[in-house]
Ligand binder design. Structure first.
Ligand SMILES: Nc1nc2c(c(=O)[nH]1)N[C@H]1C(S)=C(S)[C@@H](COP(=O)(O)O)O[C@H]1N2
Ligand SMILES: [Mo]
Length: 253
């Protein structure tokens, strides 16, 4: 269940696709009830649905005509610090993404280099805990490509994103585990809805982690670190909202 395939594509592979799926799900097939369900054609969709709920399953992707006419801006609308404003004035020409922590090859990637990387485009639904959703198109390199280049050490367990915006003097931050970090739909988006990412939506780059709620999708990402533990970062709960008002660290949807 890896590679860049849409859920729709999977569902339309029908019986042929089922064979391929069986190999990864031996536990279920070993169970007599599971075996019966798997091999009766009419329950194939149930079987597929179950397979798709794994951590590495893909989030649903939408068609262009399903994109929301309005995608609201939430949380920080503009970091508005002197440093950030200077970057905006230069159109991020001197912005660099730092990748460090538990990596064998720390990276310092220029905006131009980031824009030149192989990129993925995905139309997904963003769900905010405050009770709104919007479907938007995101474009940018897979985080996994960058982490592979940085050569994350085996001692690392989480990836931490430090953002340009401040809440009471502290940078917004978020973290995800390595399963989500290497998920094919986890990208550093630099374009949204076919335009360069706006300040409101997180310019120059924002994380898209499509299997999780809105607040995990960090905007204004400046630095990425691989760490062994979340203790000692912020208040130790892995993210700004997790620290502030006890939002779940794993906000899976
Ligand atoms: N740096 C930063 N990232 C952030 C936030 C924020 O305030 N600062 N808000 C989060 C929340 S709660 C949501 S719903 C989304 C909103 O993204 P949008 O403004 O593109 O809609 O960004 C998330 N990422
Ligand atoms: Mo949110």
């Amino acid at each position: 269940m890896s590679g860049i395939i849409t859920r729709r594509a999977l569902l339309t592979t029908g019986a042929l696709g089922a064979g391929a799926l069986l190999s990864g799900c031996e536990k279920f097939v070993a169970n007599p009830l599971g075996r019966e369900l798997v091999f009766s054609g009419e329950t194939l969709n149930y079987r597929l649905a179950r397979a798709l709920t794994h951590r590495d399953a893909l989030a649903k992707e939408y068609r262009p005509d399903q994109m929301s006419p309005i995608f609201r801006v939430n949380g920080t609308r503009n970091p508005n610090t002197p440093t950030y404003n200077a970057m905006v004035a230069e159109k991020f020409a001197n912005w660099r993404l730092k990748v460090g922590g538990l990596v064998n090859r720390p990276l310092d990637i220029s905006y131009q280099q980031l824009l030149a990387m192989p990129a993925r485009t995905q139309i997904t639904r963003h769900d905010c805990v405050e009770g709104w959703s919007a479907i938007g198109k995101w474009h940018g390199p897979m985080l996994g490509t960058i982490l592979k280049a940085a050569d994350v050490r085996s001692t690392a367990r989480y990836i931490v994103f430090t953002c340009a915006d401040l809440y009471s003097g502290h940078n917004y931050y978020e973290s995800i585990d390595l399963v989500d970090a290497f998920h094919p739909q986890t990208i550093l988006a630099w374009a949204m809805n076919d335009a360069m990412l706006s300040v409101g939506h997180g310019a120059p780059i924002r994380l898209r982690v499509e299997r999780q709620l809105g607040y995990k999708n960090a905007k204004y990402v400046m630095q990425i670190d691989a760490v062994a533990s979340l203790a000692g970062i912020g208040k130790g709960k892995g993210g700004y909202w997790e620290d502030a008002i006890d939002y779940d660290w794993y906000a899976g949807i």
